[in-house]
Design a protein around this ligand. Sequence first.
Ligand SMILES: CC(C)(COP(=O)(O)OP(=O)(O)OC[C@H]1O[C@@H](n2cnc3c(N)ncnc32)[C@H](O)[C@@H]1OP(=O)(O)O)[C@@H](O)C(=O)NCCC(=O)NCCS
Length: 205
Amino acid sequence: MSSPEAPPGPADASTPARRTHGGETAGERAGGVARSLLDPRTWVHMLRLAHLASYSHVRELRRIHLGAGVRIAPNATFRNGERIAIGKHSHIGEHDMIWAGNSHGRITLGDYCLLAPNVTITASNYAVVQGTPVMHQPKEERDVVLGDDVWLGANVIVLPGVTIGDGAVVAAGAVVTKDLPPQCIAAGVPAKVIGMRPLPDGADR
Ligand SMILES: CC(C)(COP(=O)(O)OP(=O)(O)OC[C@H]1O[C@@H](n2cnc3c(N)ncnc32)[C@H](O)[C@@H]1OP(=O)(O)O)[C@@H](O)C(=O)NCCC(=O)NCCS
């Protein structure tokens, strides 16, 4: 039977410094942190991050029409907040992106909507005519409307022009390209209706 390994003792001259999972010693890591704090580019980058948080979250939040009791993750991002409305008690998850159009495309969420993390809702597409870089083509904007009590699972993408009916559930990872009826369960790319939400016990359809 092999004997159990002795627990690591205090470091001395005969004991090599312990390495982290990244392969560096604690001293090397501390040196790296110190070097990065002395690098002016670190501070410029932090300012850029603060600016990103301001223009995509803080500034836009002031423009959004928010119902009572809405909860929004601090890293959700918004564009053109003056064309976004979120109904009461809805929840916007971590890393969600709700991007209304630059000129007229609106995004409207009903009451009690639940958006899981990493949901993207956009009201604009670029035109894709050949011969001009896409980024230089005009945007085509169409409204997006979610009814009340809509649940979008993690990583759902909702494209311009889509209306999702009250009570619809969209499965994780779906891409919604066309309207969805109330109370449906939809999944896939593109999203298709795979069922309906069950009625409570004893209720008639
Ligand atoms: C949509 C959802 C609610 C359906 O749950 P459910 O009614 O229990 O459905 P089931 O697990 O019984 O699956 C029903 C069918 O849909 C399929 N399905 C389930 N989720 C799917 C998904 N995300 N994408 C594609 N198909 C899916 C199943 O494979 C199954 O297919 P089958 O009948 O051919 O076997 C659930 O799958 C889901 O996506 N939840 C989102 C979870 C999430 O994002 N959580 C974050 C916290 S807010």
